[in-house]
Design a binder for this molecule. Structure first.
Ligand code: APR
Length: 261
């Protein structure tokens, strides 16, 4: 790995090891190495599909059929996806007590699969592994919905007459209040705030790193492409999360062993 990146990794590891309230904030880019496409890279989800807005979903059966068609096409990648080295490295930092929580825009559940307790994963955009009735709010497993769609029920409804929708936040849908409050609070109190794999373009989630920097957090960005926060970053590494995060965790371990001597 080039020297410049090694230097940056040492700086990040040193700040993390100071043991403040460090927070990780992730986007779809942390899951691409698990086989789940992101949204805005070339060939990403929004190159193939148009987002169905929440009000369309609620007012048009055709929109609900289109919505579930996209979900069904993404289903195989989702169910076989496993945490990749980036998820694992973040979970190891959490295990060492050096990461307070992970705030994620992702809906794939891979941070929980990597071993981070679910109460420490703040899912701003929900979780696509379950569906929810828009009427009675009942939760149904995604497998159950998948089975019904495979049997030809292309826009499944609940017995109460409500529409079944993946338990995720669509454009135009209200954000989860409790998760947003928790994420804002964590960010305001963060020492090192590490952004991994996000274009940081979609608000209100994209405002969250700003709460951290406004309160003096040490901002780290690990991302393959540019973000609006790049100039505000204390350390910016343009690289693959699966390569960079394990190197950070390795350096943190080395520093901690050194401290113990
Ligand atoms: N390592 C590091 N960065 C990566 C990797 C990788 N292996 N793969 C992709 N990236 C980067 C891309 O370059 C891009 O900058 O991750 C970023 C992913 O950005 P988006 O596709 O915009 O995903 P995200 O930022 O999570 O989108 C936010 O938009 O459509 C909504 O609800 C959706 O939660 C999503 C939100």
């Amino acid at each position: 790995m080039e020297n410049k990146i090694n230097e940056k990794i040492s700086i990040i590891a040193r700040e993390i090891t100071k043991g403040g309230n460090n927070v990780v904030f992730t986007g779809a880019g942390i899951s691409t190495e698990s086989g789940i496409p992101d949204f805005r890279s070339k060939g990403g989800i929004w190159d193939k599909y148009r987002p169905v807005y929440f009000d369309e979903f609620m007012s048009s059966k055709m929109a609900r059929i289109e919505y579930w068609k996209m979900k069904e096409e993404l289903y195989p990648d989702l169910i076989k996806a496993k945490p990749n080295p980036a998820h694992i490295a973040v979970a190891e930092l959490h295990e060492m007590g050096l990461i307070e929580a992970v705030i994620t825009q992702n809906i794939d559940g891979l941070h929980q699969d990597s071993g981070i307790p679910s109460e420490r994963v703040i899912e701003l955009h929900g979780n696509t592994r379950r569906a929810r009735c828009t009427g009675c709010q009942r939760i149904i497993s995604l497998d159950e919905v998948h089975r019904r769609i495979e049997q030809g029920d292309l826009a499944p409804e609940c017995e109460c007459g409500g529409y079944l929708k993946s338990d995720t936040i669509s454009f135009g849908q209200a954000m989860p209040v409790e998760e947003m409050e928790k994420a804002t609070d964590l960010s305001r109190n963060a020492y090192v705030f590490i952004v991994i794999g996000s274009t940081l373009l979609v608000h209100p989630a994209a405002a969250i790193p700003g709460y951290a920097t406004t309160n003096g957090a040490f901002l780290v960005i690990v991302n393959l492409s540019e973000t609006p926060y790049d100039d505000a970053a204390d350390v910016l590494i343009q690289g693959k999360a699966g390569d960079i995060l394990p190197e950070i965790t390795k350096e943190v371990r080395r520093l901690k062993e050194h401290q113990c001597k």
